[in-house]
Design a protein around this ligand. Sequence first.
Ligand SMILES: NC(=O)c1ccc[n+]([C@@H]2O[C@H](COP(=O)([O-])OP(=O)(O)OC[C@H]3O[C@@H](n4cnc5c(N)ncnc54)[C@H](O)[C@@H]3O)[C@@H](O)[C@H]2O)c1
Length: 339
Amino acid sequence: MDRIRLGIIGLGRLGRHHAENIRFRIPNAELRAVCSVVKEEVDAALRDLQPAYGTTDYRTLLQDKELDGVVIATTSAYHCEMICAAADAGVRNIYCEKPLGMNQTEIDRIWDTVTRRGVRVFQIGFNRRFDRSIRSLKEKIDAGRIGKPIVIKFLNRDPLWKEEDLLRFSPTSGGLVFDMLTHDYDLARWILASDAVSVYGNGGVYFYKGLEPLGDIDNCTLLVKFKNGVMGFFETSRNSSYGYHVEIEVFGTEGAMRMGYPPSRDRLESLTVGGLGRECPRWFFEYWEPTFQAELQHFVDCIAQGKEPEVGLEDGYKAVEWALAATQAVQMNKEVPLK
Ligand SMILES: NC(=O)c1ccc[n+]([C@@H]2O[C@H](COP(=O)([O-])OP(=O)(O)OC[C@H]3O[C@@H](n4cnc5c(N)ncnc54)[C@H](O)[C@@H]3O)[C@@H](O)[C@H]2O)c1
């Protein structure tokens, strides 16, 4: 069978890695085109990954009728513009990194354009759904292993950032509550097969004082009520002194299921005068690396086999709605209802 020809827009921290996966690790895909506004990134990709061509103008790539699909991995503020431009240009299959958009107007515009233009496969970059442990947790909960869920807990801690990097990243990210918890909003509604009805939030600047003038924070906690009665607790931080740490726990009427504890880079344990030790993961990328390949493999297979993606437009839309409500809840320190 012919390989699925993809073009990628955005060759930064994540986009470059997506491009490498398409080029080297997804056998039924071909990396046909690359694009970034940074010419050096395009030149490096042309040299290392040998696509048919590279460009600094994403509209050139969208006019390429040889492409079967487009992967958008640009700064979040460009997702709306690029998804809509791709759909308007007749691109039939689109993968976009999370978040879908930055506000209600953007996600409504995307919803309207993608559905009106009849985009066939639309996948949003919730890579954690492709994690083996999380998939197993969901399967077992669905099978009734822990009875009826009562509480779901998420913990999401970034290792210490260099303050200058965080201050550069913050203004384009949508802020801690919007950006950092986006995967958890999606996972919670997927695992529980239920949407949130309300969110209450707390948060502030505890570590990076430079965030204050930007209106961003570095730590927060949320309490969430779900339609099916489950209670949710979410905690997130930008300043974990010991490393990257993600945990999920679901407690039910017949037991509990937990993933991610203790945070571990690998399966090694050391026994020394300091006691029992395990190294923590250092950064999100190494922890989730296999899921980035798996999600793009899924996108390519959906195109090749005419399947619906497991994680699509509605999931991206709902996560942003939730992120907006949670941001408001933390800013106003009150309970905010969701639609
Ligand atoms: N799924 C995850 O776990 C995860 C992790 C990190 C980042 N992300 C998402 O991935 C996206 C990219 O993040 P990043 O950390 O790689 O960002 P980055 O800043 O490292 O890279 C952004 C890229 O977009 C390109 N770009 C920006 N504007 C452009 C334009 N107008 N035309 C063409 N190219 C343009 C830049 O040149 C650069 O190559 C963000 O939306 C972010 O939310 C997802």
